[in-house]
Design a protein around this ligand. Sequence first.
Ligand SMILES: CC(C)(COP(=O)(O)OP(=O)(O)OC[C@H]1O[C@@H](n2cnc3c(N)ncnc32)[C@H](O)[C@@H]1OP(=O)(O)O)[C@@H](O)C(=O)NCCC(=O)NCCS
Length: 187
Amino acid sequence: MSALFDGMENRPFIPTEYVVRLARTPWERAGYHALRREVFCSEQQIFTQDDRDTIDEVAIPIIAACCMAGMADRVVGAVRIHEGEPGVWRGSRLAVHADHRKLGRIGGELIRMAVSTAHGLGAMQFLAQVQEQNVLFFRRLHWKSLGVITLHGLPHHDMEADLSRYPAHGLDQTWLLRPQPRNRQVA
Ligand SMILES: CC(C)(COP(=O)(O)OP(=O)(O)OC[C@H]1O[C@@H](n2cnc3c(N)ncnc32)[C@H](O)[C@@H]1OP(=O)(O)O)[C@@H](O)C(=O)NCCC(=O)NCCS
C-alpha cells in the first residue's frame, strides 16, 4: 500500500479530492444542512431535530464536498459566517463528517475559507465560540482564547482569529484539497 494511505486502511472510502467553496446551489445547501444535523443533532446531541436558528437567515454557508471523477459529489464539511455587528464577523457550526476527519485538512481549510472570506467583506475582527476539545486545534491555526463560557451546557472558549494570518479574498474562491500522507516523527 502506498504511503499516501498509511493509517487510513480502516476507512470505508478515501476520496482523492475535496473542493471548498461557498454553498450556492440547492443540493449544496441541502447537503450543508444535512451534515449539520448529522453532527450537531445525531452525533453531539446538542440539538434535537434541527440546529437551524435565526443566524441562518443572514449567514453565508461554506462547504467542503468530496469529489467523484472530478465532480463535487457529497457535502462532508460545513461552516457559516455572519456579521454580528459592524466589522465584527463570527463563524459557527463548523463540522466535518466523521469519516473525513483528520484526512484532508478539511476543518482547517473551512476555517481559512471562513475567515479570509469575512476579511474580504470588511471584517475587522473574527470571533467564534469554540468547544473546549477543539481549542488546541484553533490555537494552532492562529486563534487566541478570550475566555471561557458555557454554551448549550458545555464549556466553550470565546476565540479570536489573527486576521493578519488570513489574507482577504473574494466570494468566488474555490480550493481543491487532496488527502496528504501523515509522516510523523516521534521524538
Ligand atoms: C473539529 C473538526 C471540525 C476538525 O476537522 P478535521 O477535518 O478533522 O480537521 P483537520 O483535518 O483540518 O485537522 C488539522 C490538524 O489538526 C488536528 N486536529 C483536528 N481536530 C483536533 C482537535 N480537536 N484538537 C487538536 N488537534 C486537532 C488534526 O489531527 C490535524 O493535525 P495534523 O496536521 O498534525 O494531522 C472535526 O473534528 C469535527 O467536525 N468535529 C465535530 C464537530 C465539532 O466539534 N465542531 C466544532 C465546534 S467548535
